[in-house]
Design a protein around this ligand. Structure first.
Ligand code: DGJ
Length: 737
């Protein structure tokens, strides 16, 4: 895995680059225009240089035949010619906007050279160098093709070869065009807190510019999730309609724009939503985050599966490591965590089959700043001596005795004014000079642009992990956006760098932690799902999708996150939220991802606990298929009252089908629940799992054949009978001789 490719301001050998920059005409003269292709299993990208020096791309079938929907100029020009040779006015805007000392702000990028290197049998990397026709600004476009996974990953680097600072307003990671124009459909997901990716937003793109922006700086709490699907010619569907699934590897403010220009060409531009222009000094560079996409002629389902495979292999931390079944203290007991209560909950959790107990908020801070509610303690990452007089050793010992791992919560980017840290280091707090400090949940944000703060954050976590090497898991939360957007460390002249340096600080500390503590699993959280993005997963094993754990919301949200996230990434907690729902229904929904719980077992009924034990055992029996297999989504919960999906192991010898009956039911409902991805010729035996004690009502229809070939199961589906509202079924297929 490569790292970091975040918008770091990187320092180059300024003198050498400046020397090159002074020889402007030769530097910018296009060298022998050349063409090259990057191939994946299901499509390829052809790049070529037009007579005017502009870089062009075209998506083709793998054998080079047939134009697929994406293609056109890679960086737009101010004017374009249509097919009849007429010149059309284009723009004063584009994916690269950089104002240099002469006042020009729109580089006209001309091809200079390229290299293509084979990084491994599976990965090719192209670097294309372009430069502005008049100003020595150099842009590198990096494109990587992952053959097996049919994934393209690309990013942009801008280097300033002028002798004055350049101000970069926009450096997008990707600019893609499509001739499908206003016959293109967009599916995107809003990330409002408590309803993160709660439903798909679907629209036909029409003339003009559609901009989706998030603006909260360090996380996504309003605006778009940084991923979307385009359907070319029709709304995206699972198994038909050519679709592009894409995601920006970025946990901060994002800008996604979709424009149908006056020639009816779709232009998509994606990148960081910079709050203000970024100063890039002579000889220095700035790099965009990666934009990742996959295309499938056969719908969004195959494109999502490409993403899942790629994420597990390249895009996320330890994508081949089994995720444990956890129980988190938060929903069950809030901040009331003590040595005794946690040990009790650990023991009871272990009896249910839970493998990891996570102690959430409330364990730190002392004296007046003890964390007993959200008004104090953030920043003081020392154990609360009253609650944990013997440190964490008794908890880790109880974990060993009861065969359950232990994990702990942190929120290192944040500070409460009621903390020792605030008194000691007021200069570490982000705050606009002369303005009141705006608090959110009684907390402010630390200045992560400051290396001292980065060091502090690293040690806040690392010291606890080093003192207690038995800790297996860290949840990293972030409950405030950058509401005071000013970095005291950067000072008045460099505020344009604030967001990039903040995010580089976060990613850098995370990366250092995961590499120093390779056995610890990390979870990205930001007031729920504010970091449900592929950027955060580079150094995290899972993400917490939302504080909303109501099963009705959860089914749709996890479904939506699987647009680009593999099933082992979203943590799916069974709770008591939405009181009326039966545990079976909750568990069958949580089985879609990394299953866990968020309950205080001391307060849960015997029936609930008995059903939980069965649900956990059922999940464990199939979790390798869920976490590492291929996922096939069928009818979606937004279009059907009987949504379902199935997972198939890589060897195609095991499958699990999860099917739901959402909403009311007047009389029993029979469905043939679809299955995909089986080996046509193999025989598979069917079985139902997750039937809790007292539930003597199998969902697998009595008429179901016990053994059939893959082809028969896929043709006929799994016969199920639902007899009540909000019902569900979990069924396995095992290959037999
Ligand atoms: C917000 C998170 O989303 C919750 O899961 C929990 O960790 C709380 N913060 C703790 O303050």
């Amino acid at each position: 895995m490569k790292y970091p490719l975040t918008p770091l301001i990187t320092v180059h050998m300024g003198a050498v680059l400046l020397a090159i920059a002074s020889a402007l005409p030769a530097f910018c003269a296009a060298q022998n225009p050349a063409s090259f292709s990057l191939s994946t299993k299901t499509f390829r990208m052809d790049y070529s240089v037009a007579k005017d020096g502009s870089l062009q791309c075209a998506m083709k079938k793998p054998d080079g035949s047939g134009d697929l929907p994406v293609g056109g100029q890679v960086f737009p020009a101010r004017t374009v010619k249509d097919n009849s040779g007429n010149t059309h006015d284009q723009r004063y805007s584009g994916p690269v906007i950089a104002t240099s000392a002469n006042g020009g702000n729109f580089p006209e990028l001309v091809y200079k050279s390229h290299t293509v290197t084979q990084q491994s049998a599976n990965v090719e990397h192209a670097t294309v160098v372009l430069c502005d026709a008049t100003t020595p600004l150099r842009v590198e476009l990096h494109v990587r093709a992952y053959k097996e996974e049919s994934i393209i990953e690309q990013w942009t680097t801008l280097t300033n070869h002028t002798d004055k600072t350049v101000f970069v307003e926009r450096l997008d990671s990707a600019f893609l065009q499509s001739q499908t124009g206003n016959n293109t459909y967009l599916e995107w997901f809003d990330c409002r807190e408590g309803n993160e990716a709660g439903r798909p937003e679907r629209e036909k793109l029409s003339k003009g510019l559609r901009i989706l922006e998030s603006r909260h700086g360090n996380r996504h709490t309003t605006g778009p999730e940084p991923f979307f699907t385009l359907g070319f010619g029709a709304l995206p569907e699972e198994g038909k309609v050519p679709c592009l699934v894409s995601a920006l590897s970025w946990s901060g403010s994002t800008r996604l724009s979709f424009e149908i220009n006056d020639l009816n060409i779709l232009e998509v531009s994606c990148g960081v939503n910079q709050p203000r222009p970024v100063p890039v000094d002579p000889g220095k560079s700035m790099t965009s985050p990666e934009f990742v996409y996959s295309f499938s002629e056969a719908g969004k389902g195959p494109a999502s599966r490409n993403f899942h495979r790629w994420m597990r292999r390249y895009g996320m931390r330890d994508g081949n490591r089994l995720r444990l079944v956890d129980n988190n203290s938060w929903e069950g007991c809030g901040m009331n965590v003590t040595e005794q209560s946690v040990i009790e909950m650990m023991k009871m959790s272990a009896e249910l089959g839970i493998e990891l107990y996570v102690m959430d908020d409330g364990w730190f801070g002392n004296g007046n700043n003890a964390r007993s509610n959200d008004s104090a303690g953030l920043g003081d990452w020392q154990l609360n001596r009253q609650r944990f007089p013997n440190g964490l050793d008794p908890l880790l010992k109880a974990g060993k005795e009861n065969h359950i791992e232990f994990g702990i919560w942190f929120e290192p980017e944040m500070i409460n004014p009621n903390s020792d840290l605030f008194v000691k280091h007021p200069e570490w707090v982000m705050r606009i000079p002369g303005h009141d400090l705006v608090l959110r949940r009684n907390q402010a944000v630390l200045d992560l642009a400051n290396p001292e703060v980065q060091d502090f954050m690293y040690h806040a976590v690392a010291d606890v992990l080093s003192t207690y090497p038995g800790i297996r898991f860290v949840k990293w939360d972030a409950n405030s956006s950058i509401n005071n957007p000013y970095s005291p460390f950067l000072g008045p002249d460099r505020q344009g760098e604030m967001l990039n340096r903040y995010m580089a600080g976060y990613y850098g500390v995370m990366e250092k932690l995961v590499t120093t503590f390779p056995k610890v699993d990390f979870q990205a959280c930001a007031a729920g799902g504010g970091r449900a993005d592929i950027g955060a997963l580079k150094s995290n094993h899972t993400f917490w999708p939302s504080d909303n754990t109501h099963p009705g919301y959860r089914l749709g949200a996890i479904w939506n996150f699987t647009t680009c996230m593999p099933a082992l990434a979203p943590t799916c907690h069974v709770t008591h939220a939405g009181g009326e729902f039966r545990p079976k229904y909750r568990f069958d929904i949580a089985m879609m991802g990394q299953l866990g719980m968020e309950v205080d077992p001391r307060k849960s009924s015997a029936d609930y606990l008995a059903a939980s034990k069965v649900g956990i055992a059922a999940y464990k029996s199939v979790r390798e298929i869920v976490q590492f297999g291929d996922q096939y989504r069928h009818q979606s919960p937004f279009d059907s009252a009987t949504p379902s999906l199935n997972y198939v192991s890589a060897e195609q010898n095991r499958a699990v089908i999860l099917a739901y009956q959402t909403g009311d039911l007047k009389q029993p409902r029979t469905v043939a629940s679809p299955v995909s991805g089986l080996d046509l010729a193999r025989n598979y035996r069917v079985a139902e799992i997750n039937l809790p004690p007292g539930d003597d009502n199998p969902r697998l229809a009595p008429c179901a054949k016990q053994v059939q070939t893959g082809s028969e199961w896929m043709e006929q589906g799994i016969p199920l009978v639902f007899t009540r509202a909000f019902d569900s079924a979990a069924v396995t297929l095992e290959a037999v001789k």
